[in-house]
Structure formats: C-alpha cells, structure tokens
Design a protein around this ligand. Structure first.
Ligand code: ADP
Ligand code: AMP
Length: 231
C-alpha cells in the first residue's frame, strides 16, 4: 500500500491537486486542515481550543494532529493515502513514519510543491471553496462558471476561510519556513523528495505529479542510499 505526501506552503495548491488524485486514482485524501475545520465546527472542546490557534495562523499542537491521523489510518484500508498539510513538523514526520511502519504501509514519494511568496499571497487572498463538496476556486484564476454556484455540485454554499487574510497568512508562512520547511531536508535524506514547479498551471502541475507517480521505482533512493530508511 503506497502513500504520498503533498508538501508545500499555504496556497501551494496541495488541496487542488489532492482532489484530482482522489478523482483520477482513487486515493484517499487526509487533510489535517479539513479535519480541524470539521472539529471546530462540531463545537467540541478540542474544536474550541484549535479555532483560535487556526485563525491566528499558528500550528495546532502535534499531539492533536497526530491523533487525528492515527484515527483515520486505523479506520481506512485505502490502497493509497494522500497526506495534505501533514506532516508540518519534524515530530509529526517521525510519528507518521512510525504509524505507516506499524500499519505495513509504504511512503512512495513526498511531492514538494514550490511556489514563491508573492504568488501565495495572490492565491490565498482570492481562494474560496464549496462548503458542500470542497471544490477549490479562485476569484481570478478559477471562478465558478455561474456566480455563486459551485460548478461541481450546484451548491450555493461558497465560503472563504477565516484565516485567508494577509495577517494570518504572514503567520502561516512564518510557521511554514520555521517548522515545516525543515521537512524538505528530512525527506531528501530519506530519498523520498520529488520537487515540482507549483507556479505552473493546475493541469501542468497535475501532469508533473502524474509523471512522478507513474515513474518506475528508481533502482537507488538517491545520493544518500546507504542511510535511507525504508518507511
Ligand atoms: P493549499 O491546499 O496548498 O493551501 P489550494 O489547493 O487550496 O492550496 O490552492 C490555493 C488557491 O490557489 C486556490 O484558490 C486555488 O484555486 C489556486 N490554485 C491552486 N493551484 C493553482 C495553480 N497551479 N495555479 C494557479 N492557481 C492555483
Ligand atoms: P490548511 O487547511 O492545511 O491550510 O491548515 C489550516 C490550519 O490548520 C493551519 O494554519 C494550522 O493552524 C492548522 N493545521 C493544519 N494541519 C496542521 C498540522 N499538520 N499541524 C499543525 N497545525 C495544522
């Protein structure tokens, strides 16, 4: 059973590509952001605790998100998972490695989606999503065909996220560079890292990811073969 991680800053296009992979390859998307938004709207104690942290743009504690992923892994026998927005810290990456190993699963690739900060601001400030089916739109680059109506499911429940503002985005980017960007080196050392140019259009990025996933397994794992772990 083969899994992949989509790694990149907020607005890199992880959710957009994850939805395509679900549709085209039958993989199962595990987005910790979506799980946390679900938790906060359910009015639970955990939801109340995370809402404030998310709105500020800070990271929720490792134990909460690792617990969410652990639950989902235990509940599904999917042939492949797409981890979207997880892991975001070295502790989360270590925990994921242990969880996958225990479940007899294999991490195929970590797709690093490279997008510069200027484009991220443009993408995040124009983003809106369908509250019913989760389809992702953008005011300028991907508007709905009919104003106010989701192309995918016809719902009129189109939403903007509370944290999709410039101030929160600044904090989210700082969190990314401080806590998440070190995972680029972590997965490079494991021979798993596969960078793509996230500045390309949605179709071109999807094609680049498909080429990575369809490539025959490399004979070696890269420059650090001898030390690369197997999970
Ligand atoms: P992430 O899940 O990484 O935060 P999203 O997939 O939600 O990012 O995308 C953020 C915004 O950028 C959305 O409005 C989406 O429509 C837009 N977007 C995603 N991929 C691209 C792309 N390759 N080119 C231009 N806009 C994109
Ligand atoms: P996202 O939907 O991936 O942009 O995540 C939205 C917010 O949820 C982030 O800014 C964090 O506050 C929180 N979050 C999502 N995933 C994680 C994670 N793996 N670790 C910590 N916080 C997370």
């Amino acid at each position: 059973m083969s899994d992949i991680i989509l790694l990149g800053p907020p607005g890199a296009g992880k959710g957009t590509q994850a939805r395509r992979l679900v549709e085209e390859r039958g993989l199962v998307q595990l987005s910790t952001g979506d799980m946390l938004r679900e938790a906060r709207s359910s009015g639970t104690e955990m939801g109340r605790r995370v809402a404030e942290v998310m709105d500020r743009g800070n990271l929720v504690t490792d134990d909460i998100v690792i617990g969410l992923i652990e639950e989902r892994l235990a509940a599904s026998k999917a042939a492949g998972f797409i981890f979207d927005g997880f892991p975001r810290t070295l502790a989360q990456a270590d925990a994921l490695g242990a969880l996958l190993k225990r479940a007899g699963r294999h991490l195929d690739a970590v797709i690093e989606m490279r997008v510069d900060d200027e484009a991220l601001v443009r993408r995040i400030t124009g983003r809106f999503t369908c509250g019913n089916c989760g389809e992702v739109y953008h005011d300028l680059t991907r508007p709905t065909a009919r104003p106010g109506i989701c192309d995918a499911c016809g719902s009129t429940d189109l939403r903007r996220r509370a944290d999709d503002n410039e101030e929160s985005l600044r904090t989210r980017l700082l969190e990314y560079y401080k806590n998440t960007a070190p995972l680029i080196g972590y997965y490079y050392a494991l021979g798993k890292l596969r960078p793509v140019d996230g500045l390309d259009g949605v179709d071109a990025v999807a094609a680049a990811i498909a080429a990575i996933l369809d490539a025959p397994p490399a004979a070696g794992k890269g420059p650090l073969d001898a030390t690369a772990e197997t999970h």
